[in-house]
Unconditional design. Structure first.
Length: 362
């Protein structure tokens, strides 16, 4: 039987890299893993090979646990480094605070202690605003720090910044978690190996993204310090994140590491964001994009900008994207592994047309 597509495969948006499909090389990896039988629940050859690859990229002590989604990875990671009375210091914009429906707190009982970070990045000083009160029975104990790489505002932590945070946290007995849903984009943008911004910097546990970079519903928890992050095998099961046919999850993750597919895909997404930013900045400079301004640096595959809300609404009717803060007219535009130069140039033309239309009406 031939299954007919229910969508236009040529349609593109700039709302999220989650909109993109599965990379063809990942589909090929799934097909290759599909023949015959393999032992379930991670006792298969693909998961065994994944462990070897993770050792090569993150160190010999690293342990990997494929899961279904990023929320699950974050919940498991944080639970593994905290007692029931523990709390996590995170940026107010962090995904664990704003976009996971309270799952980290509801599912685990931990407390989030959030601080405002205008560029999405924590620093020692910002962490210190909530890293206090140890031994006070009336306060949830700040025993972990969670940072996002790249951040929810599209910015990057440099290796020295991650090292400084880890040093600050460890000196106070706190563990460090990285929400790496876009870690591939960060590594590609920084031009550094994964170890330099994770293991070697002192990170204890990592949520490694995959879905935003061409996989089909696969992420992973990577334990970098097994002395700090414990019980992963049990936590994955009790949080309903254990896959029976794990070979297909592991095969997809392997595909990202094979021939640098993950880095190549992320670098392409970053390049398309840079192309979009440059074209829009040219339009701001020459006056053809009235009312448009950027609010954050574009360091990977996300752009944040402000523009008149009426123009944003008209643009969105033609090319899908999300408001970030409608009250101040701020929007987010994302590029993906399959974004093309034609997609970018076409979107710039739409933005220019609608902004100029708004100026004409005024």
């Amino acid at each position: 039987m031939t299954v007919s597509p229910l969508h236009d495969p040529d349609w593109r948006g700039f709302a999220s890299d989650n909109y993109a499909g599965v990379h063809p090389e990942v589909l090929a990896a799934l097909a290759a893993a599909n023949g015959g039988h393999q032992v379930a629940y991670g006792e298969d050859r693909y998961t065994a090979r994944l462990r070897e690859v993770i050792h090569a990229h993150f160190g010999e002590r690293a342990e990997v646990f494929p899961v279904f989604n990023g929320t699950g990875a974050n919940v498991i990671s944080l639970t593994s480094v905290l007692p029931r009375w523990g709390a996590v210091v995170a940026a107010a914009t962090a995904h664990i605070n704003t976009d996971e429906a309270g799952a980290p707190e509801r599912m685990t009982g931990i407390k989030l202690l959030t601080v405002a970070a205008p560029d999405g990045k924590l620093t020692d000083d910002l962490i210190g605003r909530e890293a206090w009160g140890w031994g006070n029975e009336h306060r949830a104990q700040p025993l972990a720090v969670s940072i996002t790489q790249t951040t929810e505002l599209g910015t990057l932590y440099r290796p020295d910044e991650v090292r400084a945070i880890c040093r600050f946290a460890h000196d106070r007995g706190m563990a460090v978690h990285v929400d790496g849903s876009r870690l591939w984009n960060a590594a590609a943008a920084l031009g550094v190996p994964f170890r330099e911004i994770t293991t070697d910097a002192g990170v204890d546990v990592l949520s490694l993204g995959g879905t935003k970079n061409g996989l089909l519903g696969v992420e992973a928890v990577v334990v970098l310090d097994p002395d700090r992050a414990t019980g992963l095998g049990y936590l994955r099961k009790l949080t309903m994140q254990l896959s029976s046919k794990m070979r297909f999850a592991s095969a997809q993750l392997l595909a990202l590491f094979d021939d640098d597919l993950g880095l190549r895909s992320a670098a392409h997404a970053n390049a398309m964001a840079a192309r979009l930013r440059a074209a829009l900045e040219d339009g701001i400079a020459d006056g053809t994009l009235p009312g448009l301004a950027f609010t954050q640096a574009t360091e990977a595959n996300a752009l944040f900008a402000t523009l008149p809300t009426d123009a944003a609404d008209r643009i969105r009717e033609r090319v899908r994207f999300y408001d970030w803060n409608r009250a101040r007219g701020e929007v987010r535009w994302m590029t993906a592994w399959d974004t093309t130069e034609t997609d970018v140039d076409g979107f710039v033309a739409v933005v220019r047309e609608e902004l100029q239309r708004g100026r004409a009406v005024r």
